[in-house]
Design a protein around this ligand. Sequence first.
Ligand code: ADP
Ligand code: S3P
Ligand code: MG
Length: 196
Amino acid sequence: MSEPLLTVADSLKDRARAALGSRNLILVGLMGAGKSSVGRIVASQLGIPFIDSDHEIERVSRMTIAELFAAYGEDEFRALETRVMKRLLKSGPRVVSTGGGAFVNERTRRHIKRGGLSVWLKADLDVLWERVNKRDTRPLLKTENPKQTLENLMNARYPIYAQADLTVLSRDVRKEIMADEVLKAVIEAQKENAAS
Ligand SMILES: Nc1ncnc2c1ncn2[C@@H]1O[C@H](COP(=O)(O)OP(=O)(O)O)[C@@H](O)[C@H]1O
Ligand SMILES: O=C(O)C1=C[C@@H](OP(=O)(O)O)[C@@H](O)[C@H](O)C1
Ligand SMILES: [Mg+2]
């Protein structure tokens, strides 16, 4: 019997998987960009493990992110985040979705830059706000005007996220489509690398 033909979707996964090699794929960007949900789909498409750094932090500390912020403050949370990221990125390939502040922290950013290919999921304020205002689990948004806080974070952080290896626009389309766009960006980056 002849081998079935590869479908377009299969070849996208296979080409992205080959382009990634043993590197990690690390998703960065602001709260609500879709790092956790899109990262999980990308990992399943690539057939490699998925880890969300916030979940890993919650697992090792046996506390929620909100509890950690309340009990120890943001600085301690960042120190723990740095340690967890360093450990997660030691071996690959994996898809690692970070919390929104991880790439902003200089030490964590260094681990991410060394640890693989970083992808910024970039979204505009209204898209982010629509998504994050449905839940109140994010301690940094517990302010009088959370939309303004989100905008301030955007202004402060976007120049830093721009240091990621790749940028993918996070739009109001299905998460599966966003995941495909991440796979395409990985393939494009490899092509450009090969051409230069
Ligand atoms: N492309 C998308 N379309 C619709 N909803 C999305 C999309 N990406 C993420 N979401 C939703 O937005 C919320 C935030 O997504 P999440 O993956 O937790 O973002 P992050 O980890 O970047 O903060 C979740 O409720 C998620 O289901
Ligand atoms: O932007 C940030 O500094 C944070 C983002 C959160 O993760 P998500 O980006 O997955 O929401 C979480 O790590 C914590 O609440 C701090
Ligand atoms: Mg997340």
